[in-house]
Write a protein that binds this ligand. Sequence first.
Ligand code: ADP
Ligand code: MG
Length: 457
Amino acid sequence: MTNEELWKAVLGEMELSLTRANFTTWFKNTSVLSKDKNAVIVSVPNGFIKEWLENKFNKKILESIRNQSPEIREIRYTIGRPKIELAKHDFSNVILERELESRSNIEVDKDVDKATNLNKKYTFESFIVGSNNELAHAACLAVTKSLGKLYNPLFLYGGVGLGKTHLLQAMGNKLLIEGNPKSILYISAERFTASILEALVHRTIEDLKSKYSQLDLLMIDDIQFIAGKEKTQDIIFSTFNELYGRNKQIVLSSDRPPQAIPALEERLRSRFEGGMIADIGIPDFETRLAILKQKSNEKNYDFDEETLTYIATHIQNNVRELEGALNRVGAFSQIYNRIPDIKEVKNILNTYLSSPYRKTSPQSILKAVADFYSISGSDLIKRSRKKEVVKPRQIAMFLLREETKLSFPEIGQKLGGRDHSTVIHACEKIKSELSVDEPLKQELVLIRERVYNSFEK
Ligand code: ADP
Ligand code: MG
């Protein structure tokens, strides 16, 4: 048996016992350099991987090697150049994820208009109407034709990933495309709140208020985030009155109806309920299929009916996930330069549907961070500003944001009732450090590893 064959057999075994992401992280670019009577020398790409294989996988790897060559007693790891690549058929999450990431980064930057926060890709034309969103769609369209006069405010609500942002953006884009000399602003409630806080600090709140009150159309997305934010609610209320009084249009979206938003001032609630409320529900199969076809067209994908039907059948509750699945199949065909057959589609979807982000919980993230830095869970939550806890705390915030669907305010809540602006700051700080700080990057790999740990410690 050649060294190459030996290592392939080992990789084959390791692959079976690990998740795809794990396997790729630790075994990519490894090989057997040489073998003598009782030792094998394994080449690894860097010191970080070396340490990890020595400490965590050595026993398993040795077992596996001894299945092939029982005389081997020892493995030595050395940092060197790779001999063999992973098998070509590998479509691990990690690779697809990279491909997808590199695309979404490009999209985010170039397409969003700085003045209005509108992204041209969201239009009424690209929005598929089904019985689940018919009312919301009609209301949005009607409002663009009669700004400020028909329903004011227009309040859209529905679950995550069902098209609220798309509809809001489509309204703004339609007005822009038609060359309306209108002053339009789309803003998420999170950013709205952040801008108010900033203006309060810099004593420019009056400027900000007057800026908002000069708009013809103000759209605030995910308004549920202002729950409990008194100052924000105050300013929304006065802005609202200004705009309303001058027949200017306000559109709001939320993941729930106004009466279900906790800690919402009564006066605001009744304002929100004073216009038109339209909900968006879960799309039926036909609508899901039509959405997939629309997105395929947009992206020039050329998948057959069977593939699209398979996706539409298996992903039911969330259009964003529907699109995510389609993009994964798209990334596959980009990477391998061919259209996957239905078996491969099933594979891709299986990995997607069981991908780790769906399985983690805020608790396991907090625990993993605390364990990793040898501090207690309560240290993360306490008020202390000691260096040993400040950084872990920021990392915890960053990971909660990346790995769960929690909003900034919810993350602040989880970490001892901190303000969401603190959370935003922490996330941005870690993100920017990650691009220059290699050790930090590796720490995060290790912490994520603990979060999604699939092997014994
Ligand atoms: P929400 O704001 O409700 O969480 P989004 O508007 O961000 O959801 O929608 C998530 C994704 O799904 C977006 O890419 C959007 O274009 C797409 N989407 C949702 N509903 C539809 C639809 N009816 N037709 C086409 N695309 C849709
Ligand atoms: Mg949204």
